[in-house]
Design a protein around this ligand. Structure first.
Ligand SMILES: [Ca+2]
Length: 284
């Protein structure tokens, strides 16, 4: 019964050798194919975003506020609603945007690396807002409200601001966007022209670390562009731990009015894509 022990090892060895050789061939073939398909995929990945991708294809967060503050990007960055209530959107549809009462209402989204320019290198935020007043009750600093932002003491990153009519810098009607060092030194872009209460406005902030630019759009048109690293504050944004808040930044001021369609991208929207967002038709 064990007489074949002399044979089996040899046969076994041969078989092993054979199968090793076969396996090696298969492995080599597989590696070649993989390399080829990887190359194909990376070529596709290089080409696709710049040419064909619509702005919605690479969202990291999307809040349509269609009945809730859920993140519709599929990434799971859902918002929690605090005292804000659903209201009509810019198309007049009920319960499709959030109203912020100017005293304690906000939506909060937990911190994540994708919300920081320092981790993505490119970053864009698109939002619609409708100020219901030009004279905010809850304001901070020289007389402004932070209506969308990510920042706490020692954890500052970025913010959308609107100046109240009474401010000490003659900046009434100014809307602006800033990037910060963690300690809160900022650089930003702005537009200062008449704002009409209860009218909807579209704002987009586009940031590129490589180009050292903040680009500020209002109603589909570029209004301003500024450096942040090469600014007098030398702002070098880092990845902080503050949550995103909509309607306030860190409870020092509160926006009164409506906010809708907050979209966050981990790349720089082109001017054409911003215009496309501005003209986006109502969805069914
Ligand atoms: Ca909406």
């Amino acid at each position: 019964m064990l007489s074949t022990t002399d044979d089996h090892p040899i046969i076994g060895a041969r078989r092993n050798q054979g199968s090793d050789s076969y396996a090696w061939t298969v492995k080599r073939l597989w590696r070649t194919l993989s390399a080829a398909s990887l190359l194909t995929f990376s070529l596709l990945a290089t080409v696709a975003p710049s040419s064909a991708a619509a702005p919605k294809d690479r969202l990291v967060a999307r809040y349509d506020f269609s009945g809730s503050a859920l993140d519709l990007s599929g990434q799971g960055h859902h918002g929690t609603v605090h005292h804000a209530r659903l209201t009509r959107d810019r198309f007049g549809r009920p319960r499709q945007a959030y109203f912020f009462n100017g005293s304690d209402a906000y939506v909060e989204v937990p911190d994540h690396d994708v919300f920081s320019l320092s981790t993505t290198g490119q970053f864009s935020i698109s939002v619609w807002m409708r100020p219901d007043t030009l004279e905010f009750i809850s304001k901070e600093g020289t007389g402004y409200v932070h209506w969308l932002g990510k920042g706490e003491a020692g954890q500052h990153e970025w913010v959308f601001r609107m100046y109240s009519r009474s401010n000490t810098e003659r900046r009434d009607n100014r809307t602006s966007f800033y990037l910060f060092n963690l300690i809160g030194e900022g650089a930003g872009s702005f537009v200062q022209e008449q704002v009409i209460p209860r009218r909807w406005y579209h704002y987009v902030a586009v940031m590129s670390y490589k180009d050292d630019t903040i680009t500020w759009y209002k109603n589909g048109k570029q209004q301003d562009q500024d450096p942040f690293i090469n600014s007098w504050r030398h702002v070098d944004p880092k990845n902080g731990i503050a949550p995103i808040r909509i309607g306030t930044r860190n409870f020092k001021s509160y926006f009164k009015g409506a906010i809708d369609d907050v979209r966050i991208y981990d790349w720089t929207l082109s001017a054409a894509e911003v215009t496309q967002l501005y003209h986006e038709a109502r969805r069914p």
